[in-house]
Design a binder for this molecule. Structure first.
Ligand SMILES: C[S@@+](CC[C@H](N)C(=O)[O-])C[C@H]1O[C@@H](n2cnc3c(N)ncnc32)[C@H](O)[C@@H]1O
Length: 413
């Protein structure tokens, strides 16, 4: 079994521990049963010699969960950048955007819909969409979706871009013509996309399934696909990975966007000002503070001090984003003294310590989780710490807990 897991790691980057070794082994046994292989060695030989069975195994193990406008702030940030930066700088041509992995198409179609809705003409857009799985590429090409692809409350785009057919919705023009799909492996040797082809890349919710070495390879490939100054969007749990691999976060709330660290520094320093002690301490924060959550249950009647408290925390986050870490910590602590324990304040303190590589970050995330055991961002950050410490089991469990929270987050976003 371990040899098959190794093949999967080498062939598609999958780190078995991220989805659970036992669940992976169950899937392998189901494939063995389907082809009548009694011994693991026989099945290993089969996948080494039959491209068809290898592809079937890959199809059986990929996690293809996705939906329209998942983590919608990323689409808002992209739209903003295209309208305010890309279009003014390019009188002709198309903004080139890559969605990889695109799964069954919800992400690249959302990109096209967001930009069309903002008034960008279809003729100024080219969205390429790539996934390893042929099955999801076929679904994306069909462009027909059921209710599971539509989550959250903001669904007005559905009326504008889909034709309803009973319980199903079919993507309409012009969104359809903006997207070109193809099957490819991001890690494959004959990877078909040319260097420096894309102004924007969405690579979300893939890198978390890779081990460290594979993540490095993936970041190198993504970097080579981006034009100089291009923007990479990753998933919520992947910003720290991007930062470990030479990118720096753009601090756009909940958009999880980043650029090559050197390019970002150059963009911010056009006149090469002298480095001050403060500037050198500027750090890119992990996923920024979520919008303050409205109190639930017994606290629903809300204290009078709630609004100023939220403002103080937002100010603390801005200070942290700008590198004024001590001041940000001071504000968080004052907030805790005045308001008592607060998930958002503990999370922000964790993020600030995390940005400095200080392991005491974990204590703050733990406190946040003590108050709200399903706090999404703290769960993801704790998963990364567990991973760094080599505790893959704990990391997996934390991610699972975070995933259970995903649909609820979408409802409120
Ligand atoms: C969870 S989905 C993410 C889809 C979308 N980006 C999102 O965030 O909603 C992960 C996708 O990665 C694809 N995938 C896995 N390994 C890949 C690889 N080596 N190259 C390209 N795609 C891969 C899977 O087929 C699956 O569709």
């Amino acid at each position: 079994m371990q040899r098959i897991e190794k093949r999967l790691r080498e062939g598609m980057g999958l780190d078995a521990t991220t989805i659970g070794s036992s669940s992976l082994q169950r899937t392998i046994r189901l494939r063995m049963k389907a082809v009548g292989a009694e011994r693991v060695e026989d099945y290993e030989h089969l996948i080494a010699t039959s491209a068809t069975e290898w592809n079937r195994l890959v199809e059986a193990v990929v996690v293809t969960e996705t939906w329209f406008f998942r983590d919608r702030q990323a689409f808002a940030a992209l739209t903003d950048m295209v309208l305010k930066q890309w279009l003014p700088a390019h009188a002709t041509g198309r903004a080139r955007i890559l969605s990889l992995p695109c799964s069954s198409g919800e992400e690249p179609y959302s990109i096209a819909m967001a930009l069309l809705d903002a008034g960008v003409p279809a003729a100024r857009l080219a969205v390429d969409a790539v996934d390893l799985s042929q099955r999801v590429i076929e679904k994306a090409l069909a462009g027909v979706y059921g209710k599971n692809s539509f989550r959250g409350q903001e669904l007005s785009y559905r009326d504008r871009h889909f034709t309803r057919e009973g319980d199903l919705y079919s993507v309409r023009q012009p969104a359809r013509e903006c997207v070109t799909f193809r099957q490819a492996n991001l890690l494959g040797e004959g990877f078909p996309l040319a260097r420096a082809s894309y102004d924007f890349i969405f690579c979300r919710n893939l890198l978390i399934y890779f081990d460290r070495v594979t993540q490095q390879l993936a970041f190198q490939r993504l970097e080579s696909l981006l034009v100089a100054g291009g923007t990479l969007f990753v998933g919520p749990a992947e910003i720290p990975l991007a930062m470990e691999n030479g990118f720096t976060g753009l601090n756009l709330t909940m958009a999880f966007a980043c650029r090559r660290a050197t390019e970002q520094a150059n963009a911010k320093r056009p006149a090469a000002p002298p480095r001050t002690a403060k500037a050198s301490r500027r750090v890119a924060m992990p996923p920024p503070l979520p919008k303050p959550t409205p109190p639930r249950g017994p606290l629903a009647h809300a204290s009078r001090a709630e609004a100023p408290a939220a403002v103080a925390l937002e100010q603390a986050r801005r200070l942290a984003d700008g590198g004024q870490l001590e001041e940000a910590v001071r504000l968080c602590r004052a907030h805790l003294d005045q308001q008592g324990a607060s998930v958002d304040a503990y999370y922000l303190l964790g993020a600030i310590h995390d940005a400095q590589g200080d392991p005491s970050a974990r204590e703050f995330y733990r406190k946040a989780l003590y108050l709200d055991p399903s706090h999404y961002e703290s769960l993801l950050q704790m998963a990364l710490w567990a991973e760094r410490e080599g505790d893959a089991n704990a990391a997996r469990n934390l991610r699972r807990r975070a995933q259970r929270r995903e649909p609820e987050r979408q409802q409120t976003s």
